[in-house]
Design a protein. Structure first.
Length: 132
């Protein structure tokens, strides 16, 4: 089942909460399943209730969680309202993350993708007690 696709201008016109809800529930349907609030909460490291507050626009994810959401949904960080700091804590220009940090992010993204495939396979695979 393919849901109607939103053009980028419609997605950017949504509140952050509606955008999180859309990315969690509707966008992944084209890939076979959506992400529950509980699963998203576990992956971000917050409570399920906090994800609900974000989706209702009762609370806003902090910048670290916005980056995590962007990575989970595989969207640009700015689509989650994340902006790079204009200066570092010493008043200078922000520096690039160290190469080791970028490598860790890349490895984590690859592992998350593999885990999604494994979980998706497990959720769609009939159990031994089910009859075909």
């Amino acid at each position: 089942m393919i849901e109607s696709e939103l053009v980028p201008s419609e997605l950017s016109a949504m509140t952050l909460g509606k955008r999180i809800n859309y990315l969690r529930r509707d966008l992944p349907k084209t890939h076979g399943r959506h992400v529950s609030q509980a699963e998203l909460a576990r992956r971000v490291g917050v409570t399920e209730g906090m994800v609900g507050k974000w989706e209702r626009d009762s609370a806003t994810p902090d910048p670290d969680n916005r980056l995590k959401l962007a990575k989970i949904f595989r969207v640009p960080a700015d689509s989650m309202g994340y902006e790079m700091p204009s200066t570092d804590e010493h008043g200078g220009s922000p520096s690039e993350p160290p190469a080791w940090a970028l490598q860790l992010i890349k490895q984590q993204t690859e592992l998350d993708a593999k885990l999604d495939i494994i979980i998706g396979f497990h959720l769609t695979r009939p159990t031994d007690t089910e009859t075909p």
